[in-house]
Design a protein around this ligand. Structure first.
Ligand code: PEP
Ligand code: MG
Length: 758
């Protein structure tokens, strides 16, 4: 490699300089050179990184770590990665390099500028596309010391487990891969968005600009409906504008990350861009398009009338289904006609069928896209047939979300007006990950640079058990195939609700035996699939409104707020027959030798409820001292009284965060208007969980989680760090949660070892 300086400013860089500054650095440099207002930046070159390796002697030692490394062996891979990263972080940069970086930073607001520090990895002569996303970016960095540390952390990230795995699989020699680091002014935009420099489908000279308040992340991620402006380059006029109701914005939070906040009422319906601003953005778009020779997909930001172009890359229009898609972000060229929360991953196309109530489900055909206000248990048979599900209402823990994830069916919830926007018979494509509905049948290609998921095979042994949630017996085999350590939640109401009759109906019609058999058979399927592993079966917990449309539903009380109403253990303790029939099914299973069955009581708020339930079970012939009985912690009261519950004899407790969040923060979990406030990591929720875990640990009582938050890696990392004994995730999340658990446990071990050696 030819000798290069440690530092290059964007203006000194050309697109050919990939080997020196990586793909990201080269593309930003090119944009700056053609006159686009790119935020100020310099690059710590790949040469600097090599010099660091050579002068510290690391070049001679670090790659030894990777010789004969079996990257399929997760434990060995993690260990090699941790060792290499620790080695890079331990060494001190050469003094002259420190000086060069500090001198450059001094030129950015006298060393006071808040910057983003981004990795830009490269192999000789290769663009970084294949490495994108595998190395780290650090936002909100300020000050010399933090900057130097962030640069070194970017370097270390070149040896992360994911990156090592990917390179091994692609046949790259780790020693031939370099990394540059882009140090760039962080733009705390007042407004931001995206632009297509030409109509992506028709090719007309129209600039299509979407924008909203705050950081552009809200538009790119689809978490807000942005304003849309169409600028005709021929007449140089804004020819169409659609002003959206923008409820939230994403803003920088202190010196760490970002946060979602509500948009002030006066700005919610206000126009984000003036016509002059639209025209100016369109002009920058044209500069990029003319330079690169093809239409561009551009990210922009504006701060106090200063314009910034953050990224520019070619648009590739979605091809009709069946046509092989070319490389690039193919979905970016299609028209998104509806957005909501991606609730169950997967991409599929089909014809819309609008379902207003269970009677409409007779019109549902295999492969349709079912669009409804909210699914009900009586729609489950139809849900099993369709290719995707879209609802107006609901959040990540609503009925539609839970059942779709289990069926493996793509789903979007909380679109607000899907039943109005989408028309019966219309062909659409649903992306259940991003929460987008596209017009027509489109083939959405996975981004080329997407890293392979490192599968987390069952044989990774973790001290924290990783279990799975199940609601419908049909999902038992898929759930077991994840290699999960058991079932942390089996919701049995789905066994009954699918029959379209309320428990009360079975009792009133003297069909108790049928009811017991349904439960017995359904639960047995799951117990068999998890033979020898614990299966925690939860007693009935359906709010009264879910029973309304079923036979017997007419006898259900009408409640103003069913979420706070007659459900879970509070109902069972009063509806003794209903409780007795469930206990009868459990008793028969225990008698059959299914000692892996544990019973979990939902919605408990006082230890007396547990004591009463146990004594009723004893009365009905259960040997309560020799079976496993536990509770869900879904109500703050039960978290606060955990010690009293333990004294009352529970064998385990499991956080039902879906409810715990709604009852702690007063946020209806199914109300999309407040979904943005629904946060399992709210400090009050975390404090309740933390304190309850501490008490469980003290008494050595198993403590778990089975709410949706147990399928979210950052939350699981926090839980493992705070001593949870098991987690239970959705079927689709088990592999990644096992990986998160393994990684977190290894970190804890490593840190303890370091502290001991320090
Ligand atoms: C919960 O509340 O977190 C939970 C798992 O129960 P459900 O979602 O069935 O209310
Ligand atoms: Mg619950």
């Amino acid at each position: 490699m030819k000798e290069l300086p440690d530092i290059l400013w964007l203006e000194e860089i050309r697109k050919e300089d990939i080997a020196a500054v990586g793909g990201k650095g080269a593309s930003l440099g090119e944009m700056a050179v053609i006159g686009l207002p790119v935020p100020r930046a310099f690059v710590v070159t790949s040469h600097a990184f090599r010099r660091f390796l050579v002068e510290t002697g690391l070049e001679k030692t670090i790659f030894k770590n990777f010789e004969n490394l079996d990257v399929e062996n997760n434990v060995a891979l993690e260990e090699a990665a941790e060792n290499a990263k620790a080695a890079v972080l331990r060494e001190t940069m050469p003094q002259s390099m420190v000086r060069h970086i500090m001198e450059a930073y001094q030129k950015m607001d006298d060393g006071e500028m808040i910057v983003a520090v981004r990795s830009s990895a490269t192999a000789e002569d290769l663009p970084d596309a294949s490495f994108a996303g595998q190395q780290e970016t650090y936002l909100n960095i300020k000050g010399n010391e933090n900057l130097l540390k962030a640069v070194q952390m970017c370097w270390a990230s070149l040896y992360g487990a994911r990156a090592l795995y990917y390179r091994a699989k692609q046949g790259f020699d780790d020693n031939s891969v370099n990394i540059a680091v882009v140090v760039q002014q962080l733009i705390n935009s007042e407004k931001a968005g995206v632009m297509f420099t030409t109509h992506p489908v028709t090719g007309e000279p129209l600039s299509i600009i979407e924008g909203s308040w705050g950081l552009g992340e809200s538009v790119v991620s689809g978490s807000v409906s942005p304003d849309k402006y169409i600028f005709d380059q021929r007449s140089e006029k804004v020819v169409d504008r659609l002003i959206a109701n923008k409820k939230i914005e994403i803003i920088a939070e202190g010196t760490h990350g970002t946060k979602v906040v509500p948009v002030s009422p006066d700005r919610q319906d206000a126009q984000v861009l003036s016509d002059e601003e639209v025209a100016r953005l369109a002009m920058f778009g044209k500069i990029a398009e003319n330079h690169y020779g093809i239409p561009q997909d551009v990210e922009w930001a504006i701060v106090r009338s200063t314009f910034y172009i953050l990224q520019s890359r070619p648009i590739t229009t979605i091809k009709p289904k069946g046509t092989p898609a070319s490389s690039g972000r193919t979905e970016s060229g299609s028209t998104i006609i509806l957005r909501g929360q991606g609730a169950s991953p997967g991409i599929t196309s089909g014809k819309v069928v609008i379902v207003r109530d269970a009677r409409d489900t007779s019109a549902v055909r295999e492969g349709d896209i079912m669009v409804t206000k909210m699914t009900n248990p009586d729609m489950v048979p139809a849900m099993k047939k369709v290719a995707a599900i879209v609802t107006d209402e609901g959040g990540m823990t609503c009925h539609a979300a839970i059942v779709s994830r289990e069926l493996g069916t793509p789903a979007i919830v909380g679109t607000k007006n899907g039943t109005i926007v989408l028309k019966p018979g219309q062909t659409v494509t649903v992306d259940g990950e991003k929460g987008f509905v596209y017009e027509g049948a489109v083939s959405v290609q996975q981004p080329q640079a997407q890293a392979p998921v490192i599968a987390a095979p069952a044989q990774i042994i973790t001290a924290t058990s990783v279990k799975v949630n199940v609601s419908i017996p049909e999902a038992a085999a898929r759930a077991a195939a994840t290699g999960a350590d058991g079932v942390g939640l089996l919701r049995i109401e789905h066994l009954i609700l699918g029959l379209n009759k309320t428990p009360g109906w079975f009792i009133a019609n003297h069909k108790e035996e049928e009811f017991v058999r349904e439960l017995y058979n359904g639960i047995k399927i799951v117990l068999d699939a998890f033979y020898g592993k614990p299966v925690w079966v939860r007693t009935l917990d359906a709010p009264t409104d879910e029973f309304r449309n079923m036979a017997g539903g007419e006898n259900e009380p009408v409640e103003h707020n069913p979420m706070l109403g007659w459900r879970g253990i509070r109902r069972d303790l009063q509806s003794k027959d209903q409780f007795r029939l469930q206990v009868e099914a459990f008793k028969r299973l225990w008698e059959q030798g299914y000692s892996n069955l544990g019973v979990m009581f939902p919605m408990v708020s006082h230890p007396d409820q547990f004591i009463q339930a146990k004594s009723m079970m004893r009365e009905w012939g259960v040997d309560v001292d020799h079976v496993t009985l536990g509770i869900m912690i879904e109500i703050p009261g039960s978290a606060i009284l955990i010690e009293e519950f333990i004294e009352a004899g529970i064998n385990f407790a499991s956080f039902g965060t879906n409810d715990l969040v709604q009852y702690t923060l007063a946020i209806d979990r199914n109300n999309e208007n407040v979904a943005w406030m629904y946060d399992p990591k709210h400090p009050a929720v975390l404090r309740l969980i933390h304190d309850a875990i501490e008490v469980c640990r003290e008494y050595e009582v198993e403590c778990s989680i089975c709410g949706q938050a147990g399928s979210e890696p950052p939350m699981v990392q926090w839980l493992v760090e705070h001593g949870i004994s098991s987690v239970s995730a959705n079927i689709d999340a088990v592999a990644k949660i096992r990986e998160t658990v393994a990684r977190t446990e290894r970190k804890i071990i490593l840190e303890n070892a370091r502290n001991r050696n320090a």
